[in-house]
Design a binder for this molecule. Structure first.
Ligand code: PSU
Ligand code: MN
Length: 301
């Protein structure tokens, strides 16, 4: 039920840098038909650093660690792709279904396969109406018990960022800014929240990962928060406007459960004339590149 691609298996056996990539961003986070091209771009960004990409997804009942081009096509274009968090994977796998893995599912599968680095766009977290809805992404608890390093542009800006940072603290998930003292805001460079730790290079991140392992504190994830450069962020005023409309629409239409995040991202795309999409692609590619560089440094250069 779990198949590691030959290239990934060889890289792991040789101790080469390997980077896990999630697939929900492809199937549910980015629009067709360009999403498959973006998936290839993300993999290429990892390869440029000398590391090996391993996109993770469920294809016809098999959890694949490393997809070939047909696998990427399937996840990007098939109509029957289910968004799978960790809890969904066994059910979907037993049924022979095809599914895309969220951060929660990808992180857990990657760690099982022995992969130490993971790149995504923005983590899931605490939703703005969580006091009433209890909507908090399973990404948070999964990271609390998964020994992996995740490179992301913070958490999605549709969320309650302050509450999400508090939850990450409670759950024992390490958070450090990459060349920044401020927690990034996904589409925005800066979420407005300060960070306690700042790391300056892939080597410095690799040293933290080595220390974590030596201290036996590798039960939980380390989040490396990598901001978009200011010149590449979404216009903050536009962001504010579209966010308000998107949240109102979700409430009006009674969207809930795993549909919330894809719904809000799609509203953002429409409301910004595609600007949010371009920012999302830029940040995920940048995160894949940084994860590759960290993986190579952690593997000894
Ligand atoms: N990052 C992106 N786009 C996405 C996601 C992350 O740039 O679509 C996905 C990830 O798979 C993440 C999921 O785990 O959104 C969060 O969904 P939820 O809020 O339902 O846990
Ligand atoms: Mn949710």
């Amino acid at each position: 039920m779990l198949a590691v691609a030959q290239e990934v298996e060889e890289a792991l056996a040789a101790g080469r840098g390997t980077v896990a990539l999630e697939s929900t961003i492809i199937s549910h986070g980015l629009p067709r038909p360009d999403n498959v091209e973006v998936a290839r771009q993300i993999e290429a960004a990892v390869r440029e650093t000398g590391a090996v990409p391993a996109t993770i997804a469920l294809v016809d009942g098999v959890v694949r660690v490393g997809l070939d081009d047909a696998g990427l096509e399937a996840i990007a274009s098939r109509e029957d792709v289910v968004k799978c968090s960790a809890r969904d994977l066994p059910i979907a796998a037993a049924r022979g279904a095809t599914g895309a893995t969220t951060v929660a599912a990808t992180a857990q599968v990657a760690a099982r396969a022995g992969i130490g680095l993971f790149a995504t766009g923005g983590l899931g977290g605490v939703h703005r109406d969580a006091r009433d809805t209890w909507d908090e992404s399973a990404d948070l608890v999964a990271l609390a018990r998964t020994p992996i390093c995740v490179v992301c542009a913070g958490v999605k800006s549709i969320l309650d960022v302050t509450a999400t940072l508090e939850r990450l603290e409670t759950l024992g998930v390490g958070v450090a800014g990459y060349r920044t003292d401020r927690f990034p805001g996904f589409y925005l460079t800066d979420s407005g929240q300060d960070l306690a730790w700042r790391l300056e290079s892939p080597e410095e991140v690799a040293a933290v990962l080595a220390a974590r392992a030596r201290l036996g504190l590798d039960g939980a994830a380390l989040v490396i928060a990598n901001p978009l450069p200011v010149a590449e962020q979404l216009d903050p005023a536009l962001h504010e406007r579209v966010l308000r409309d998107a949240l109102e629409a979700a409430e009006r239409e009674g969207v809930h459960g795993r549909d919330v995040t894809p719904f809000l991202l799609e509203r953002f795309r429409d409301g910004t004339g595609g600007e949010s999409l371009r920012a999302n692609v830029r940040l995920v590619v940048a995160n894949a590149r940084l994860a590759g560089r960290i993986a190579v440094a952690a593997a000894g250069g």
